[in-house]
Design a protein around this ligand. Sequence first.
Ligand code: URP
Ligand code: ZN
Length: 456
Amino acid sequence: MRTLIQNGTLVRSQGIEQADILVENGFIKRVAPKITEQADNVIEAGGKLIFAGFIDTHTHFDLDLGVTVTADNFATGTRAAILGGTTTVLDFATQDHGMTMQDALDLWHRKAEGSSCNYGFHMAISEWDGERAAEVENMVAQGVTSFKMYMVYDAMRLNDGEIYAALKHMNALNCISGVHCENYDVLNERIHELNSIGMRSPLGHPLSRPNAVEAEAVARLMRIGELADAPVWVVHLSTHEGLEEARRARARGQEVYLETCPQYLVLDDSRYGEPDAEKFIMSPPLRKPEDEDALLSAMSSGEIDVIGTDHCSFTMSQKALGEGEFSKTPNGGAGVQNRAQLVYTYAVRTGRITLQQMAALLSENAARMFGMYPHRGVLQEGSEADITIYDPAGESTISYKTNAHHCDNSPYEGMKVYGSVSDVLLGGRHVVRDGQLVKEGKGRFVFRKASGRYRA
Ligand code: URP
Ligand code: ZN
């Protein structure tokens, strides 16, 4: 089976050029200014932007929080992902207390069967001891080379000593570790303070977790990483102050990777005053315009590595399980389908980053950082034909009603976006055609190598 994408504009981190792409048997066979070979399927891409398929570094599908399970499972979440141009999601397989990592990995493999985009797993760990440590090598042997630890949530948090030991151990096995950075003890104390003055509405959420709650935790993680002599990856960085702490660590010579999310670039904490504000209850919370500006600048200067969505969707009735109390409302928001449109509209079109940087932030850096490069993340001969075609023409309005995710709300509801994903090839298969998902369930597990560690 051969597919020819012709007359498109290739966007790669190193530059932009007019070129054709010939895909054969699932791989990119040729990239050249003009390809005249015959193909079974010809995609006319004049005026469109061709990217290596986007990689979402942070999703939570079918995640059981105890009180409820995310609205999106892999079937619905990956349909939304691929329609948004994401060809690979890295979801967090979660090792709950009393489970082995192998239990969690087996469970996540079962959950992800039949996905519509490719998927890999980070392993989120809730315990650190000799038994868990002994499992890491086995995870690597099964293509899981990245791990996540939480400084928050009673069911998940590790203490600083455990994080230190885990960082050291993961590093010795060429794995990379991400950490959810917030000071849990302080934020809980602030929740009590807010509750005691009757502040229980969503307006209390950002007050309970102000910027310093994140910045203190990032600073601590940086020092723990320094002591462990290990690279660290800060997941969903949201604040200017947290960014400053990461900069300090880099200035000391540390290897630090930074992920942010669209919500921290385009939404701010004024949203907590809106009538349906529960949908914005996520952690970290939405911040101030100054933080958005700092993160956009850091994307432009190359200090941010990747943009993941942290898609963790709940319906409004699930959000209502919190009975109007911010501290009891399930945390998380939907966004897996909207990442490319948001970044294109609010970062590229506004002149904050270039198209080449968009390619790096949404695809290439993730492929490097998480052991998928050059198989994925680049448009080059020999790479897997995961390809996203973005049509920059036209404008639309984001709505949960038109999103494919299985959730009756979107934090981005009503926001105007420019351009859309017109076509997607997944392993050479033309799965999205003219904006419609024409082949479902074609995603495969992505076995990953050790991290590319490009900041080492
Ligand atoms: O609020 C969020 N982000 N929920 C998902 C879990 C996490 O903390 O990443
Ligand atoms: Zn998350």
